[in-house]
Design a protein around this ligand. Structure first.
Ligand code: IPE
Ligand code: IPE
Ligand code: MG
Length: 303
């Protein structure tokens, strides 16, 4: 990665809404409501930086285990406040929205309809691909891919990383370059497990409702300082390795064993054994001296 290259795909775990509200003595749902400005900040930042893909984690397959009122608020809020208000704004700016996640009977029909309507409205936009991870789980995505391969009777020998990726929920979703998580937690929480294989992980302490352009810039700076190697070497290190000539050990003057006329292998073994013996003796002597002086020190203490 050349320095200054913007990430092609940013994925964001928008975390910290509940704590933001609790710190203010408010209900957790107020934190979700306050997150609108943060969503705008990351969208604007991604557009400005010409990022191609942005994936936002809005609701995980595990979030169903929250209290009923919070789940119900989150599921409805997404469409009524976030997508509803932002749709025209996103459309005007060339954003294509797609939902990443499984359908579920617990998601109200009008919520899914609104999301599908936005997908349809923005389908020809190409400035920024926005995927909204809603009822998404990385393990679920992997299981779905496996199920699809079995259903389509794909022969085992044809299963490669490429064919596997083709059977995931959104086959065109590229690998994540920068995984950003706000809220101070350092974990993936089952987000894009496949796509984050080589993602640069950027964790910020800021709570999601407080996230603004300055935080986005800071995250990008951290990303741009990283050296991405993908298991290979940096081009500069590779060039240095290719140019380097094996270092020859300097020829040593003949030692006493050689002078005695012993064969080289025996002389070298003898030398190593003598050296190891000397080192052990020195170590033992130092140990004895320190133990003795510690004992002497203790006996001098007033009782
Ligand atoms: C993230 O904020 C939003 C969703 C999970 C939808 P949280 O609600 O997890 O906020 P904290 O982590 O409890 O502060
Ligand atoms: C991850 O945040 C899910 C979303 C941001 C949608 P959580 O708050 O649910 O993650 P955990 O429970 O702290 O791992
Ligand atoms: Mg959280």
């Amino acid at each position: 990665m050349a320095p200054g290259t913007p990430p092609r795909h940013i994925a964001c775990i928008m975390d910290g809404n509940g704590r933001w509200a609790q710190h203010r003595g408010l209900e957790r749902t107020h934190g979700h409501m306050a997150a609108r400005a943060a969503v705008e900040a990351i969208l604007d930042g991604a557009l400005k930086e010409k990022v191609e893909w942005l994936t936002l984690f809005a609701f995980s397959t595990e979030n169903w285990s929250r209290p009923e009122e919070e789940v119900s608020f989150l599921v409805r809020f997404l469409t009524q406040h976030l997508i509803g208000r932002e749709t025209q704004y996103m459309h005007r700016r060339g954003v294509r929205l797609r939902v990443l996640g499984s359908e579920d009977p617990r998601i109200p029909a009008q919520v899914m309809d609104k999301l599908r309507e936005t997908e349809e409205l923005t389908r020809d936009n190409s400035t920024l691909q926005l995927s909204l991870a809603f009822n998404y789980g990385g393990r679920q995505d992997l299981c779905d891919a496996a199920r699809s391969l079995v259903t389509e009777e794909v022969p085992a020998e044809d299963i490669t990383t490429e064919t596997f990726a083709q059977h995931m929920q959104m086959p065109e979703l590229p690998d994540v370059d920068m995984l950003l998580r706000t809220g101070g937690e350092h974990r993936l929480s089952n987000f894009l497990l496949w796509h984050c294989a080589y993602a640069e992980l950027v964790f910020l302490d800021v709570l999601w409702p407080d996230f603004r352009d300055s935080h986005f810039r800071h995250a990008l700076e951290l990303y741009q300082q990283r050296r991405r190697r993908f298991g290979a070497l940096d081009p500069t290190d590779a060039a240095a390795a290719a140019a380097s000539v094996p270092v020859k050990s300097p020829a040593l003057p003949p030692g006493p064993a050689t002078l005695l006329g012993l064969p080289t292998a025996i002389a070298s073994h003898l030398g190593t054994t003598l050296w190891d013996g000397l080192r052990e003796t020195a170590r033992f002597t130092v140990h004895q001296l320190t133990t003795d002086s510690a004992r002497a020190g203790r006996s001098n203490q007033p009782s």
